[in-house]
Design a protein around this ligand. Structure first.
Ligand code: GAP
Length: 516
């Protein structure tokens, strides 16, 4: 599965979907640029979301708030005080690890995978000793088992003695192989094996910047860590300009920034990313039911765009996982090559945000119910998804390798609404000017209706493979016969079936396939 991730990253670079940012300078870690196909795919994801939550409903208004906001916003929202991830820094290799995921990182670390494979459940300490002196030395040079194998092995023997035939858990075992002479169980560094400090540190995850041209007088402000606050602070403007009745919502797509401790997994966790968020205002009494409705609505959006249902699941947050503002939250998770991970969270934020902003700004942010003649703070249901994570999930889900005769075909079977290019027009013989001219004319005509490309840079087999790799839905081939019978061959990306069609019927045919 890790292999699949490597293939996708390679395809993205090779075909112009996603590049490492500032690559010519060695790259800025975990920062990515979307290339020609990537930007189309990303825009299609955003367009499909907007269509589903704004255009196809009549209870949601779109908006686009500024990234830079008054610093008081972050005081009111609780981000200044609570938006912190406890982390641990290895004193030897200086790597950072999030406290909540440290054991997963150890489990998936190269040295522990190697140790697991060597031991295969065997308790024989001679294997441990051998591993410590060979692979262990290379992969985890600072692990106690590697530095003082005899001492550590004696602690493990003690463990076997204590537990007898009863199995002990992975954390107890790891604690022992990280023990030095004092015999105190420690958490080893997932990178180098060195015992980590007991006390975690906490860092605020918001990125700071200076607002104003002169450093001495500039104001310290933040790059927003979520788009949500831009909608809360505009609640009253929407009431005054649109006069909506509850329930109604606001939707926006935009950049957010977080100083993540452990960014990684390609575009999955980055410090600059895009969110697609809805803030849906409801009466407190209907909050639970609306939360359920939104969970289903959003789950179905991924399914309708072709995500395999076995790769998608809902996972409720446990009480200790909930963000400081949330009463309940359901994650929609996708089974990425690196495991089940969050695509989107749908939370009941209660009246926390409006009350906090009312208190901090001194403004009246209550809703007036005309019928009941009462004022109250609405509750907020918030479906909050990541654009980049969705792009990654759609790419992973659409990636197929198929054997075609003696050849391997890589194809992105992206949903028709997401595919960056809908049609490619290809001349069978690029050295025949009449064929090239006709192909270009057809492409130009189709461009008015669909994202269409013209390509004559290779033999037809190669051109098909290239279009398959970027998910182009239909290839239209113009050949010698086309000059005579005014027909072309249309090839379907997924089935690879070809049919002959009159040029005058082509647009109508594609409209039925792509738009209906
Ligand atoms: N307003 C609520 C909120 O921001 P969140 O769960 O922190 O909630 C919502 O973020 C979504 O934003 C996540 O489900 C994920 O898709 C995306 N996201 C969050 N942090 C991200 C990061 N560092 N990189 C990429 N996407 C991220």
């Amino acid at each position: 599965m890790a292999d699949l991730m490597e293939k996708i990253v390679a395809l993205c670079k090779r075909r112009g979907f996603i590049f490492q940012s500032s690559e010519i300078y060695g790259g800025l870690a975990n920062t990515w640029d979307y290339g020609p196909y990537g930007v189309e795919l990303k825009n299609n994801v955003k367009r499909s979301w907007w269509k589903s939550v704004v255009y196809e409903r009549d209870d949601i208004f779109g908006m686009d708030a500024a990234i830079l906001m008054h610093p008081k916003v972050w005081e009111a929202s609780g981000h200044l005080k609570s938006f912190k991830d406890p982390f641990i820094k290895c004193p030897v290799c200086s790597q950072f690890f999030r406290l909540d995921t440290i054991w997963d990182e150890i489990w998936n670390s190269p040295w522990f995978i190697s140790l697991r494979e060597t031991m295969r459940g065997d308790k024989d300490s001679s294997y441990l000793l051998h591993w410590a002196k060979t692979e262990g030395k290379k992969l985890a040079p600072n692990l106690s088992l590697v530095k003082e194998p005899e001492v550590t092995i004696s602690w493990i023997a003690d463990l076997h003695h204590k537990f007898g035939g009863v199995e002990f858990d992975f954390k107890t075992y790891i604690g022992r192989i990280a023990c030095s002479r004092d015999g105190i169980a420690r958490t080893p560094c997932p990178n180098c094996g060195n015992p980590l400090p007991e006390e975690p540190m906490a860092a605020n995850l918001m990125l700071e910047t200076l607002f104003g041209p002169v450093k001495e007088t500039a104001q310290k402000i933040y790059l927003r860590p979520e788009t949500a606050q831009g909608m809360f602070v505009n609640f009253i403007n929407i009431l005054d300009s649109k006069h909506p009745k509850l329930p109604f919502g606001l939707a926006q797509i935009g950049k957010a920034f977080r100083n993540e401790i452990t960014p990684g997994n390609f575009i999955f966790r980055t410090r600059e990313f895009e969110q697609m968020e809805i803030e849906y205002f409801v009466t407190p009494a209907e909050a639970d039911i609306k939360l359920e409705e939104w969970i289903d609505y959003r789950f179905n959006w991924y399914l309708n765009l072709g995500i395999n249902k076995d790769g998608l699941r809902k996972r409720p947050h446990s009480k200790d996982e909930l963000a400081h503002y949330a009463k309940a939250c359901m994650d929609i998770e996708y089974n990425f090559p690196f495991g089940w991970s969050e695509l989107e969270g749908i939370a009941n934020r209660t009246d926390f945000d409006l009350k906090q902003h009312a208190k901090t700004s001194g403004k009246d942010l209550e809703y007036f119910d005309d019928a009941k003649k009462e004022k109250f703070y609405p509750y907020i249901i918030e479906p909050s998804g990541g654009v980049d994570r969705s792009v990654l999930a759609f790419l992973v889900d659409a990636y197929f390798e198929e054997k075609v005769k003696d050849d391997l075909r890589v194809v992105l079977k992206l949903h028709r609404d997401l595919a960056p290019t809908k049609v490619a027009v290809l001349p069978l013989l690029r050295n025949r000017p009449e064929i090239v001219e006709l192909a270009k004319k057809i492409a130009l005509d189709l461009k008015k209706s669909f994202i269409t490309v013209y390509d004559d840079t290779g033999a037809i087999g190669k051109l098909y493979r290239r279009q398959d790799e970027v998910g182009t839905l239909y290839c239209v081939t113009v050949d010698v016969q086309s000059l005579e019978d005014k027909q072309v061959t249309v090839r379907d990306r997924d089935t690879m079936l070809q049919e002959r069609l009159g040029i005058d019927k082509l647009k109508e045919y594609l409209v039925t396939k792509l738009i209906s």
